[in-house]
Design a protein around this ligand. Structure first.
Ligand code: MG
Length: 119
């Protein structure tokens, strides 16, 4: 299974990619929402792991844009963010995010969240 990691922090992308590859998954990386949408459009991804605070296009803007694209709308998104805020969580979920994980998290937490949505 191939995942798309969308985060402007190289360190964060490394942490998530190590968790995914450790579980036998493939991945690609994008450093903002705009680049993430472009990569997602190329196809082949089962899930997006999405940061919120990013330049160019942030995570909420990404969710909104993705939701309007029929070919991409059904691909599940898990939000990974340092902002543990109820309003943000509600907003992300209302825009179609499947789960919301607060950084820092353990590799096991990420894999458990993936398992919850059947991945
Ligand atoms: Mg960020």
């Amino acid at each position: 299974m191939k995942f798309l990691i969308v985060d402007d922090s190289p360190t964060m992308r490394k942490i998530v990619s190590l968790a995914l590859s450790g579980a036998g998954h493939e991945f690609a990386e994008a450093e903002n929402g705009k680049m993430g949408l472009e990569k997602l459009g190329a196809g082949g991804y089962v899930c997006v792991l999405l940061d919120i605070n990013m330049p160019e296009m942030n995570g909420l803007e990404f969710l909104e844009a993705k939701g309007k694209l029929p070919a991409l709308a059904a691909i599940p998104v898990i939000v990974l963010t340092t902002q543990d805020e109820e309003d943000l969580r509600k907003k992300a979920l209302s825009l179609g995010a499947k789960a919301f994980l607060v950084k820092p998290f353990k590799k096991e937490d990420l894999l458990a969240t993936l398992a919850k949505i059947g991945l």
